[in-house]
Design a protein around this ligand. Structure first.
Ligand code: ADP
Ligand code: G6P
Length: 484
């Protein structure tokens, strides 16, 4: 029976070594892992990716334990050494491609050594995938860390059907053209038979780069490439709606004794501040997420509308991410300082305006936060999709709550009933926050119902299904050839 091989840099589980040499296994954070996890659990395929440990950290005994642990989850580990992690992961993936594709030109480094490492590590992934491919298998490659992989597989196994999905924005041609190895990167991606993006705009930008850089023949969403046709399309990623909705329902009916420590604190807050509004934000601590802007806008709001002092609280969960990259370290310092300054300026004996958590939290605590918050304030300056916005909506089992969402997030394209804001416009964010706090429950419910209906219909399973259907359709070559 043929299978689908999922490939991404990270596996859905992350492994760390404890001091006593035992393995600590945690779920991976981020949209790709949380989204694909439910798709993978249902299928009969395997998932190829990096376990999070380096070769230097693992002796043969530990390596065996790692392989056993990942095998249980139908995964296969790709082995990376410290140099790979430094140059491929922290380096080229997160100091070049991530900032460039998110329009952070000033953060983007173009280092030849790192580019070479990116090529080598993509080859390491290809070698593991090639070991596991059997006739008739589909390969589904994910995200910016593996842009060269489709070609590396296609060159060795031309009959394999390959899909590729980019989980981050694809930038406009004017940005992409600055990239020194632009031809190789595009050719790497074109090894796929189907290329998927979250939004039509990203798809359009990609096609424009292909036309202008490679001068290929593009008709609508099809590219004539050597003797093949490559299809390009948009597939906005959904969430496992029932998982979040059902967890929220269980949470609401929870026995008080089962409540988490965090939920008890949240309940105390609600009682002690006579129902002050709770505003929530959850992100990886990443400069694309607009965290300093959000904090400054909140400060601006408290100054502009002082009547809300002691009546509103921002709960901000920032999950540690890529902390070896200097820009992330700076962001951490800036965030700590801003939170300290705002709390210092506005706090009273009974009220701290911002509760800030810098840590990863288990799923149950995410549900505590989603269900306890009246407003979600999600303000990325650039974001491929943003699943947190969708998860918040899915947990609102009483159809109440307000979502404030940046128009720079891919999710905004499907979430018109949210209050959409420009993350650089503090005035607008402050006014929208006031609007959200004062929004009558009937209006909240009207907006929530529509948002929920859409998310319930276009779940992550449906997203994966549609992608796979389109991928299988590329096998019927006669119907997709375009005339030149
Ligand atoms: P990104 O992919 O850039 O991190 P998204 O908003 O698309 O941003 O996805 C973030 C995902 O990470 C969400 O599915 C969210 O539930 C998950 N997540 C956030 N915080 C945690 C956490 N502490 N532990 C596990 N998953 C988390
Ligand atoms: C985003 C990216 C993923 C990545 C995740 C977490 O969701 O699209 O590819 O896995 O962030 O980042 P990390 O660097 O920890 O893998």
């Amino acid at each position: 029976m043929s299978k689908t091989i999922i490939v991404s840099n990270r596996l859905p589980l992350q492994i760390k070594l404890e001091n006593d040499n035992s393995l600590k296994i945690t779920p991976s954070v981020g949209g790709l892992a949380t989204g694909m996890k439910s798709v993978h659990a249902e299928g009969n395929g395997i998932w190829v990716g990096w376990s999070g440990l380096t070769e230097e950290e693992t002796d043969s005994f530990t390596k065996k334990k790692v392989n056993e642990a990942v095998k249980k989850e139908k995964c296969v580990a790709v082995s990376l050494n410290e140099q790979d992690v430094e140059n491929f992961y922290f380096g080229f993936s997160n100091k070049t491609l991530w900032p460039l594709f998110h329009y952070f030109m000033e953060y983007t480094e173009f280092e030849k050594d790192q580019w070479e490492s990116y090529q080598e590590v993509n080859q390491k992934f290809a070698d593991v995938v090639l070991e596991h491919i059997e006739d008739g298998d589909n390969v589904w490659v994910h995200d910016y860390q593996l842009l060269l992989l489709p070609k590396l597989i296609k060159d060795k196994k031309p009959n394999t059907t390959i899909g590729f999905f980019l989980h981050i924005p694809y930038p406009s041609y004017e940005i992409f053209r600055t990239f020194p190895w632009r031809e190789q990167l595009l050719e790497g991606m074109l090894g796929a038979d189907l290329l998927g993006f979250h939004t039509y705009d990203y798809e359009r930008h990609f096609l424009s780069s292909v036309k202008r850089i490679l001068r290929l023949d593009v008709k609508f969403n099809k590219i004539n490439y050597h003797d093949r046709v490559v299809t390009v399309d948009s597939f906005p990623m959904g969430i496992d709606y029932n998982k979040f909705h059902d967890a929220a329902l269980t949470h609401t009916n929870q026995n008080p004794k089962e409540k988490s420590e965090l939920q008890r604190r949240l309940d105390n807050h609600i009682q002690s501040t006579s129902n002050a509004k709770m505003v929530l934000s959850i992100d990886r601590l990443d400069y694309t997420k607009g965290i300093p802007n959000r904090l400054r806008a909140f400060e601006y709001f408290l100054n502009k509308y002082p009547q809300f002092k002691e009546k509103v609280r921002l709960i901000m969960l920032a999950v540690p991410s890529r902390s070896n990259v200097p820009q992330y370290q700076k962001l951490k310092r800036d965030t700590d300082e801003l939170v300290g300054r705002i709390n210092g300026e506005f706090a009273t004996v009974s009220w701290t305006p911002i509760w800030y958590f810098y840590r990863s939290m288990p799923f149950e605590n995410l549900i505590d936060l989603y269900t306890s918050s009246d407003i979600a304030l999600i303000t990325p300056v650039r974001d491929g999709m943003n699943l947190v916005a969708k998860e918040y909506v899915a947990t609102r089992t009483n159809e109440d709550g307000v979502l404030i969402l940046s128009e720079m997030a891919g999710a905004s394209k499907e979430m018109n009933e949210a209050l959409l804001i420009n993350p650089n416009n503090f005035e607008e964010i402050a006014d929208t926050l006031k609007q959200a706090i004062e929004m009558p429950t009937e209006e909240q419910s009207k907006r929530m119902k529509i948002l929920q209906k859409r998310l319930k219909r276009y779940t992550v399973e449906k997203w994966a299904d549609e992608f796979m259907k389109s991928l299988n359709a590329t096998k019927i070559k006669d119907t997709v050839m375009v005339s030149t």
